[in-house]
Design a protein around this ligand. Structure first.
Ligand code: MG
Length: 247
């Protein structure tokens, strides 16, 4: 079932989304060589809880932390811990928060210091793919239009598109219908209408899009070891166009 959210509900989602955006900004500031991923996680958890939120990832299907920290060839769902960040790494942070029962979900990829041109281009293209997906999220379009806009950034550059993980509806649950693939599918999907809220989240790689899950049961890595990037925002489709709630 696809639910359309009222203006008042979207306003609560905007509060949750703002909290997530603050967490990501804090993580960006804190990421530097030598900092542990557990430190980022505790910063995030403290910020969410001290602002009346609940970290939605913590305990989700048993996930042990408030953010996901995925480094280099890790795509998503990396578990924070004692590992420390090093110069030149590509660090993706995914964060989620609930306020008054409503969710926000967003992710960013950061480069620690300097990285080769091709890595910087990958990160920038993934960011642009998210922006293209957001721009396509207008009433009257279909889910397919978002998927095509995202995929069109990856295809000419030869990036791998990670297919098993897709964007999603979001609201009183973190993952609602519909799914929002980062690639064209046979189905054109539902028509977008005001009140539909989505999390769009392109994941591109420098190699193939094939992924596998590490024995920890969570960390999704590229099968060929290539570097990956991941950007995500939560948005509302409105009469006035897409409104990003995690800005
Ligand atoms: Mg998500």
């Amino acid at each position: 079932m696809i639910t359309r959210k009222s203006r008042a509900e979207i306003e609560v989602m905007r509060r949750a989304g703002r909290l997530v955006a603050e967490v990501l900004a804090m993580c960006e500031e804190a990421i530097r060589p030598g900092v542990s991923t557990a430190t980022l996680d505790s910063l995030a958890e403290r910020h969410i809880r001290s602002h009346g939120g609940v970290p939605s990832f913590k305990g989700y299907h048993g996930f042990p932390a408030s953010i996901c920290v995925s480094i280099d060839n890790e795509v998503v769902h990396g578990i924070p811990g004692r590992r420390t960040i090093r110069e030149g790494q590509v660090v993706s942070i995914d964060a989620g928060a609930i306020i008054d029962g409503w969710h926000g979900d967003a992710a960013r990829t950061y480069i620690v210091g300097d990285a080769p041109r091709e890595v910087r281009d990958l990160v920038e293209a993934t960011r642009r793919a998210l922006a293209a997906g957001v721009a396509a999220s207008v009433a009257g379009n279909r889910i397919w239009d978002i998927s095509a806009a995202v995929e069109d950034v990856a295809l000419p550059r030869g990036y791998g598109v990670v297919r098993p993980y897709v964007g999603h509806g979001i609201g009183q649950a973190m993952h609602e219908e519909p799914q929002v693939p980062n690639y064209r599918t046979k189905s054109r999907g539902i028509e977008l209408a005001p009140g539909i809220c989505l999390a769009i989240e392109p994941m591109f790689t420098l190699g193939s899009g094939d992924v596998e899950t590490r024995p920890d049961g969570w960390t999704v890595v590229t099968r060929d070891g290539s570097i990956a990037a991941h950007f995500e925002d939560t948005l509302a489709v409105t009469e006035d166009g897409p409104v990003v709630l995690t800005a």
